[in-house]
Design a protein. Structure first.
Length: 196
């Protein structure tokens, strides 16, 4: 999602421009955000159920995904499709990737295989989440739980948290370790001398 989807990139670009123009940003509280995650999975299940009855009908309902309207047809189609895509882009002025986080059925389908991953390649420290909240605060799609764990199903792998994790000038646990090393008294080194 985070690296390939042009609609996600367009939302992100619009949001970046809005931030530069100092347009006020809104984020739902984490408890609300967590519940909104379910919407895209419900849409995915509904599309799957409809496809069992009629593939043509499912394809029509799959137009909840605005990619075709935005990029292939450049808004040249029925007004409700264009309005839907424009509404999603308008909302992007005020919050980051609302469609990707809460509505996208393709994102929901792509999240399912993350349960089968062999290893966690997104690194975390024991200090992540308690006391340090920097990565959770900086995660613009709120995929990092306040306890510091990363929800792999929701993570778009932007790798911003990994940049912070490895940055000795930004990561609070690394900064604290560096301060502790500096504050320790250096052992005195005795130099042996030989009298002749």
């Amino acid at each position: 999602c985070g690296w390939l989807c042009p609609f996600g990139a367009l939302q992100e670009l619009i949001n970046e421009v809005a931030r530069k123009l100092k347009i006020k940003q809104f984020e739902p509280p984490f408890a609300v955000h967590e519940r909104l995650w379910a919407v895209k999975y419900i849409i995915l299940l509904a599309l799957f159920g409809i496809s069992l009855e009629s593939m043509a009908t499912a394809e029509r309902y799959a137009e909840v995904e605005p990619f075709k309207t935005t990029f292939f047809l450049v808004f040249q189609r029925e007004w409700w499709f264009a309005t839907w895509a424009l509404l999603l882009l308008f909302v992007s002025l005020f919050t980051r990737k609302v469609y990707c986080r809460y509505i996208c059925p393709l994102g929901a389908a792509l999240a399912i295989p993350t349960k089968l991953r062999l290893f966690d390649w997104l690194k975390r420290r024991k200090e992540c989440g308690s006391p340090c909240q920097l990565c959770a605060v900086e995660c613009e799609i709120q995929a990092i739980h306040p306890d510091g764990t990363i929800n792999a199903n929701e993570c778009h792998h932007c790798l911003d948290c990994q940049m912070t994790y490895h940055n000795p000038n930004k990561c609070p646990p690394l900064i604290n370790k560096a301060k502790q090393r500096k504050s320790k008294p250096k052992p005195e080194h005795l130099i042996e001398t030989v009298n002749t």
